[in-house]
Structures are given as structure tokens and as C-alpha cells.
Design a binder for this molecule. Structure first.
Ligand code: NDP
Length: 253
């Protein structure tokens, strides 16, 4: 089967996964971290599971990207760099900086994550370096590319700052949960997720491709229910939890 034949199937797979997970995750949050369940089957070491789950995104992206006819053009290369800035960190650095206690990751979450990251790395790379004339002949001075890139880095900084605040809540080896303060935690319970959404919104604007938009919608369908579940969990666990804090969107949700 050629990449061209595979492309629509992979795109449909991501759309179906996102459409199913959005309502399902409101009823049952993905069973890892604080929402882990004893009945969720075989488990793997969390750090190893993160690497296995996320690594297909950069690896598949790079392979498919360099098979494309526009792989040496400036705008596609620029988008490749944005993708790798996020995914090299998320796949190979973030897991080793986490202070996740002793909890393990269910195999099912890992398999779904790997399937998504493989399909998503493929469709995004394929769209960028194979089939998008507006990118192949584009320039780095394009206002849409510049605006999207600025948004991408704003989200990246929010995501990193928020994840660092969470990390510093625990000493190495500690497993307890605490109330996070500082940065955007002043207003919301999950600024790391908001940062991630802003990042992929910026990428979708910069790339202006269907897979980048689908990726943003998928991330929303994943992270908004999880932020609502985290927020509810904080309020149940800590009676003193700041009452004016929202889940993911300041003053709104
Ligand atoms: P969480 O916020 O649930 O946890 C992140 C880390 O911080 C974990 O190690 C967690 O420990 C720890 N932690 C969280 N809250 C506290 C607290 N109150 N006190 C002490 N430690 C805490 O994030 P996720 O694990 O869901 O996601 C991690 C990153 O991956 C985020 O940046 C997110 O944006 C990204 N991501 C992206 C997705 C996408 O669809 N693009 C999907 C999922 C995640 P523990 O494991 O013990 O809970």
C-alpha cells in the first residue's frame, strides 16, 4: 500500500479516536497518574511507557518527511524543527524528569498512545512535505507562519513552566500530591494542558494543513476532559483548594 493510500485511512483513524475519546473521557478519565485504576490490566514502568508511547511521533515524522518532494524546502524544514522541538523533549527528556512516584502506566493507554502518535506523525509529515504546495513554495516571512510560530512558542513556554511547577512540588522519591501555585495556576488547575493546546493551535496556524487541525481537535478532545477530571479531583481532595480557580480556561471552564 502506498503512502498516498494510507494517508486518508490514518486521518480517519485519528478523527474516530478523537470523537470517541471526548465523551468517554468525561465518564472515565484515562487511567494513569492520579486517575490510575487497579483494574486496568497489565502495567509498565511509567518512564519506559512514556518513551515507547511518544517516540513514534518524532521517528515516523522524520522518516515520512524526508520521503517527500518538498523535504528540502525552507518552510517544511522549519515546521519539522517545530515538531522536533516539542517531541524530542516530550519523548526522550520529559519522562526522565518526571517525579511520578511508583505508579505504572496501563498497557492499553500505551498501545492507544502509540497508535495515535504513529498515525499523527505520519499524516502531519505527509501533509507538510508531500502534498502542500502552499508550504513547498512558501516563504519564512509569511505572516501566518510567523503568527502561528509565535503562538507555538507561547504555548511551549506555558507548558514547560507549568510542568516544572508540578515537578518541583515533589522531592525525588516523594509520591504525594500538593496544591500547585505560581504561573497560570493562579487561575486554572491545568495550565500545562492549556499550554499544550496553545502550542498545537499555533502549529495548525503555521502549517495550515488538515492533519495539523485534526491534531489540535484530537488534543482538545483528550486534554479538556482530563483537565475537568483533575480539577474535580483537586476540589474533592483539598477542602482549601482555591475556589476561584477554573479547570483549563481562566474565568470560563
Ligand atoms: P499531569 O499534570 O497529570 O502530571 C504530570 C506530572 O506531574 C506527573 O509526574 C504527575 O505525577 C505530577 N503531578 C501532577 N500534579 C501533581 C500535584 N498536584 N502534586 C505533585 N505532583 C503532581 O500531566 P500528564 O501526565 O497527563 O501529562 C504530562 C504532559 O504531557 C503535559 O505537558 C501534557 O500537556 C502532555 N500530554 C499531551 C497530550 C496530547 O494529547 N497532546 C496527552 C497527555 C499529556 P503522577 O504521575 O503521580 O500523577
Amino acid at each position: 500500500m502506498s503512502l498516498a493510500n494510507l494517508y486518508p485511512s490514518a486521518l480517519i483513524l485519528i478523527i474516530v479516536m478523537g470523537a470517541l475519546s471526548f465523551p468517554a473521557l468525561f465518564f472515565r478519565p484515562a487511567p494513569y497518574g492520579r486517575h490510575a485504576k487497579a483494574d486496568s490490566g497489565i502495567h509498565l514502568n511509567t518512564k519506559l511507557a512514556w518513551v515507547l508511547m511518544e517516540a513514534p511521533a518524532p521517528i515516523v515524522f522524520v522518516v515520512v518527511f524526508f520521503l517527500g518532494k518538498d523535504a528540502t524546502r525552507s518552510v517544511p524544514l522549519f515546521l519539522l524543527v517545530l515538531w522536533l522541538i516539542h517531541y524530542v523533549y516530550r519523548s526522550f527528556i520529559f519522562p526522565f524528569r518526571m517525579r511520578s512516584g511508583t505508579k505504572n502506566q496501563p498497557l492499553m493507554t500505551l498501545m492507544l498512545g502509540m497508535a495515535f502518535n504513529t498515525a499523527n506523525g505520519f499524516v502531519n509529515a505527509y501533509a507538510i512535505s508531500h502534498i502542500s504546495p502552499h508550504l513547498g513554495s512558501g516563504t519564512l516571512a509569511d505572516p501566518r507562519l510567523l503568527a502561528g510560530t509565535a503562538l507555538f512558542f507561547a504555548g511551549y513556554m506555558i507548558n514547560h513552566q507549568s510542568d516544572a511547577i508540578l515537578r518541583n512540588l515533589r522531592q525525588p522519591g516523594e509520591t504525594a500530591y500538593k496544591i500547585p501555585h505560581g504561573g497560570l495556576y493562579r487561575w486554572i488547575s491545568c495550565p500545562n494542558y492549556l499550554g499544550e493546546l496553545i502550542e498545537w493551535c499555533g502549529f495548525a496556524i503555521a502549517a495550515w494543513t488538515l492533519p495539523a487541525l485534526v491534531f489540535l481537535l484530537f488534543t482538545t478532545s483528550n486534554l479538556v476532559p482530563r483537565a475537568v477530571a483533575h480539577h474535580r479531583w483537586y476540589r474533592d481532595k483539598f477542602p482549601e483548594y482555591p475556589s476561584d480557580r477554573k479547570a483549563i480556561l481562566p474565568y470560563v471552564l
